[in-house]
Design a protein around this ligand. Sequence first.
Ligand SMILES: [Zn+2]
Length: 393
Amino acid sequence: MHGTMLSTAMDHIRHLAGVIGPRGSTTPQEREASSYVRGRFEAAGLETHWEPFRAPVSGWLPFALAALTGLLGLVLIALDSRLGASVAALLMGVATASVFLEMYFRPNALRPLVPKGDSQNVWARVPAAGEPTRRVVLVGHVDTHRTPWVFTSPARLAFFRVVTTLGVVAFVLATFVFAVIAAFDLGALRGWSLPLAPAFLVVLALTLQPDRTPFTQGANDNASGAAIVVSLAERFAREPLERTEVWALATGCEEVGSYGAQAFLARHARELDGLYAISIDNVGGHGAGVCHTSVEGMVFPLRPAPELVAAAERVAAAQPELGAYALPYTTLHTDATAFMSRGVPSLSFVGLTPAGVLPDWHQASDTLERVDATTVERTEAFVRSLLLDLDRS
Ligand SMILES: [Zn+2]
């Protein structure tokens, strides 16, 4: 193995996180990161594509709007129990359905209400040496998240996980209670809906606060993943796989709801048949190892493709020194979750520690100095071995 010599990942991480710095979704710095990746792909002699799209500037606002709808519903019911409850039930039903649709990357009624900005995907086609029988898209996002209060300590993150679950339950419950009050003219029961008010207020506070915080440098999340995508594209350009065509994809706007992955899936809808996806996200954390997810996504987690998990298990057995393991990831989503939701067989690398923690996640401490080069290098070696394994099978 000559991983150290042949990987350029650390150079790309230094450029993305150190030279460009914070790369908020839809910002000029995100575009600069995409331009950098395009430059690397072109320098490797690859057919390179630049695909612009529009995306929301916040991933938090849809949930804030749903909480506001709930509070508005309580006011409407207080004003007029039957008509108010009818309108409230309708609005809350639409908002609740929209929250679920948003979490699973589908168009919904709340989307048009969120301000939009310009973003872009960059991808390169890395040809196979022979006639390709398989295509694999390697995906890593270049944008970085903000630094919300809920991510500033393990206890707050645990609190956030509880609130996201209770928030969704409160939305569903509110729709039901409002509808019952309207249907049976149960004005006397409107007091029953009042305990929902504090739940909506907590959700509102926690979802309005993040957009007031600065963006992270995002050395781990996700200069590390984007850098491995670029490094492997360069490597496979020099040493092509036999029968596998690799699409190296650097997405924008993962942090606001995988809008780059969604734009790619929509634009390439007719080419998804026979495509596999491997996402690389947050893979240089201190104390993390080579980790792929066993399930991922919120509320109803999605599963990686069994054939890719089997390949990962073969690689893990053949190279025990890489110390790979699988863990569930259900706090938020990744670009792989978006690919999985469209039925694209996927595997997702997320550098959780064995205890299930993402180091420096969405915090000001996600800086270059904190990146563990060994973990980055091992993850790249593992993904490369995985592709070699698939290429042979
Ligand atoms: Zn990420």
